[in-house]
Design a protein around this ligand. Structure first.
Ligand SMILES: Cc1cc2nc3c(=O)[nH]c(=O)nc-3n(C[C@H](O)[C@H](O)[C@H](O)COP(=O)(O)O)c2cc1C
Ligand SMILES: [Fe+2]
Ligand SMILES: [Fe+2]
Length: 395
């Protein structure tokens, strides 16, 4: 059965909900699935489709367009060349041979590079360029580095709708077309922000400033529910992308035989006793999306690792590599862990996070199972973290 949902008489959701997808980019866990939103805009003199869907869901999009009796598309707007939105463009270009594909210059280059369309089918649009569909106007806003260099937003002033592709979106399969349960949507959106947008904080702030003066009532991202009351998500993005950190300690760790774990347990209690909020993540089991989300606000990161084959445990290094790539606004970093005879566990972790503009606090490393002196050292580290947080006036 086709599922099409009317947003206004001229704007129809024709996307696909991917309830079962559990992994994205071979990296990001999707505990709640996702959706690929695609929007049909019918003007008095033309019809446009904003974004396609993932190739695996093209039958759904085509079924939806057929159900609406769409025989002709004048424009297919590719807001972003990534395959979850543009993977199906090749098929659409064949089905609608008269359609002009509209994209930024960078997006055009990438669509061609990924063999999704031939160059002659794409019309490149510059920032603020408009296309008229008669009684409806599409206005394109260049928004590079939502996470790729190619993204555009599409403003539809007559309907007061702003289409934002990945920006403000959430990986959330739900029957709600609009964000009803704001807490759930906000959490999914935060996770998504953390996983792909956090490294581009300054650009995210620019995009927030750029759209401030547009008069929209509705924000329509290309993943997750739409925002009929967009203030909460805009405010959340402002906070996440600001340089403000919170009195939080994030503690991803790995422990093979319990020594590092004993240090983590002690250290978590020491932090709580000092009024610092803590989240610990056992890297052998954790969902790295949760870790990424936790890193959005935290002032301090402490990585816990055993020493393995002369270095850090590979799972601790994985967490460090990921954190380095995500560039959270974390201000302080330290390492705790255990060794048996020697190795460069701390040096290896510290050498893995050159992108983080952080102050490194003295590590605490125990020989074997931690002793009283190691616990005292953990107390000192907790004191130091508290003092740093007080200096930032967050504790
Ligand atoms: C597979 C393996 C490799 C290890 N390699 C090293 C090493 O190269 N250098 C070292 O000092 N200790 C090494 N150890 C010892 C551990 O670092 C030590 O037992 C530590 O206390 C483990 O902490 P955990 O209980 O938190 O895993 C190794 C242990 C294992 C199981
Ligand atoms: Fe994307
Ligand atoms: Fe996407």
């Amino acid at each position: 059965m086709a599922l099409v949902r009317e947003i206004t008489p001229s704007v129809i959701w024709v996307g696909a909900i991917d309830w079962d997808r559990r992994l994205f980019d071979a990296l990001i866990p999707l505990p709640n699935g996702t959706s690929y939103n695609s929007y049909l805009i019918r003007g008095s003199q033309g019809t446009a489709l904003i974004d396609a869907v993932d190739i695996t869901k093209m039958d759904v999009l085509i079924g939806n367009l057929n159900a609406l009796g769409i025989k002709k598309l004048d424009y297919i707007i590719s807001q972003h060349a990534e395959q979850d939105h543009s993977g199906g463009i090749q098929k659409l270009a064949k089905l609608y041979p008269k359609a002009t594909i509209v994209a930024s210059g960078k997006c055009k280059e990438l669509l061609v590079a990924f063999n999704l369309v031939s160059e002659d089918r794409v019309m490149e649009v510059v920032d603020s360029q408009k296309i008229s569909l008669g009684d409806k106007t599409l206005e394109f806003i260049h928004a590079p580095w939502v996470h790729w260099p190619d993204t555009i937003f599409t403003n539809l002033p007559e309907e007061k709708i702003l289409f934002t592709c990945d920006f403000l979106g959430s990986h959330l399969a739900t029957s709600d077309l609009y964000a009803m349960d704001e807490a759930t949507v906000c959490e999914s959106a935060k996770r998504y922000y953390a996983e792909i947008m956090m490294p581009f904080r300054q650009n995210i702030r620019k995009h927030l400033d750029r759209i401030k003066d547009l008069r929209f009532d509705l924000i329509a991202p290309s993943h997750g529910p739409l925002y009929s009351h967009p203030n909460f998500i805009l405010e959340a993005y402002r906070d996440w992308s600001s340089e403000n950190v919170k009195n939080q300690l994030i503690l991803p760790y790995v422990s093979m035989h319990g020594a590092t774990k004993a240090m983590v347990d002690y250290f978590v209690d020491a932090a709580i006793a000092r009024g610092i909020s803590v989240r610990q993540f056992d890297l052998a089991r954790t969902d790295i999306g949760e870790l990424a989300e936790a890193l959005v606000d935290a002032a301090t990161l402490v990585i816990g690792s055993s020493t393995v084959l002369a270095g850090a445990h590979p799972l601790a290094l994985y967490a460090a590599i990921l954190t380095n790539a995500l560039r959270p606004k974390t201000k302080f970093v330290s390492v705790i862990g255990s060794y048996g005879w020697g190795g460069k566990m701390v040096e290896q972790i510290a050498g893995t996070i050159p992108n983080l503009k952080v102050q490194l606090l003295n590590p605490v490393v125990a020989k074997g199972y931690p002793k009283a002196s190691d616990f005292q050292a953990l107390d000192r580290l907790a004191d130091e973290i508290l003092a740093m947080h007080k200096e930032l006036k967050i504790a």
